[in-house]
Design a protein around this ligand. Structure first.
Ligand code: KDG
Length: 364
């Protein structure tokens, strides 16, 4: 079983190097043996969108997660809306499991115009868009309502506009949800920062995430998601952190023995389109893409929240030993992470830092 899974993930990594040619292998690899029940896709609302021409458009939409993820479900809903409402004039082809490259590679494919859409976590984009560092601050959001308020309100909308207005070749069309992240490891139960000491943990390519784990006393290594399974399997790293759903659908339970429900960071997904492609789209289709992206984000959030508990209990059944922290245990991690706020306050910059602190009831 383990050997089979290793080969499957190796195929996925080859997919990164070989690009679309390896898509078959990685695509076939991404089907899941989990029994998650997804909320049904809502019906498409709104009529057909007409333009003056009969021009056809094709969107290659690449994502990092597998076919069994909430993300794939959301993007499938986007496809349904866009294809139906454009009367088939826009075709959406979805490439899951990093078949077209990891989050950073996909984003640069959009910039150079070789792919049209992607939906990365905000974290690997911090180098390009420093404001996004704000979402990686540890224990920033207590719950999903707070996250929705910030992302859907003026703060989140301003960030989308800033990314679009920058000359970086991207149009930011909406938010979706990756979710609250939990820790998994292969060493033993972790219920205090002390237990993290020296633990080799993979983080996303984010300076804030690196700082979080260094501050906690662990030994973090940044790595793309596409390389993660193999790194865990070969023991290059002992630990990783991701939402329950990803831990399940990416089969990390096969190479990790323990988990801790830390909820240390809430990661948004950001929906991006290539600006070169955007500029070729007639205005009514641009509007359709924005509307469909909002509807996708809302549905993706619902699905992700609905299956979070299901995924956790399925992981338990699969043998992952899960530690639920008491309030005081969680507070110890939170306290130890506080210096990260000071380290990134200036980099995030005013007024964004203060606005987010206010919106999330933080006292800093
Ligand atoms: O496309 C999304 C994924 O590639 C990635 O962002 C998942 O949270 C993730 C991680 O840990 O890299």
């Amino acid at each position: 079983m383990k050997i089979k899974t290793f080969a499957r993930h190796a195929a996925l990594c080859t997919g990164l190097v070989g690009g679309v040619l390896a898509a078959g292998a990685a695509g076939a690899a991404s089907s899941s043996s989990s029994s998650l029940h997804f909320l049904p896709m809502p019906a498409v609302s709104g009529g057909s969108v007409k333009t003056d021409s009969d021009q056809q458009f094709t969107i290659k939409f690449g994502i990092g997660l597998a076919k069994s993820s909430a993300q794939y479900r959301g993007v499938s809903y986007f496809k349904k809306i866009v294809e139906q409402r454009s009367n088939g004039h826009i075709k959406v082809n979805i490439f899951p499991s990093a078949q077209l490259g990891d989050d950073l590679q996909m984003t640069s494919a959009l910039q150079s115009g070789t792919a049209e859409m992607t939906q990365p976590s905000t974290s690997p984009l911090i180098k390009m868009v420093p404001q996004l560092a704000v979402f990686d601050l540890p224990f920033l959001f207590d719950n999903t309502q707070q996250a929705d308020k910030v992302l859907d309100g003026p703060i989140g909308q301003k960030i989308l506009k800033q990314i679009t207005d920058n000359r970086n070749g991207l149009v930011a069309v909406g938010w979706a949800e990756n979710g609250f992240r939990q820790l998994t490891d292969s060493k033993g139960a972790i219920d205090s920062p002390k237990a993290l000491h020296g633990l080799k943990i993979r983080t996303m390519q984010s300076p804030v995430q690196l700082d979080i784990w260094r501050t906690q006393g662990a030994n973090p290594t940044p790595m793309s998601f596409a390389e993660l399974f193999t790194a865990l399997d070969q023991g290059t790293v002992d630990a990783q952190e991701n939402p329950w759903v990803t831990i399940l659908t990416s089969k990390f339970y096969e190479v990790q023995s323990h988990a801790t429900e830390t909820r240390h960071v809430y990661t948004p997904f950001i929906t991006l389109m290539s600006k070169r492609f955007w500029q070729r789209l007639p205005k009514p289709y641009q509007k359709l893409i924005r509307t469909a992206s909002t509807q996708m984000g809302n549905y993706e959030r619902k699905v992700s929240r609905d299956i979070d508990k299901q995924a956790k209990s399925e992981l338990k059944q699969k043998g992952l030993k899960i530690t639920n922290l008491t309030d005081s245990q969680r507070a110890a991690f939170k306290k130890k992470a506080q210096p990260v706020y000071d380290d990134f306050k200036d980099k995030i910059g005013e007024p964004l830092f203060d606005q987010v602190m206010k919106a999330t009831d933080h006292s800093q």
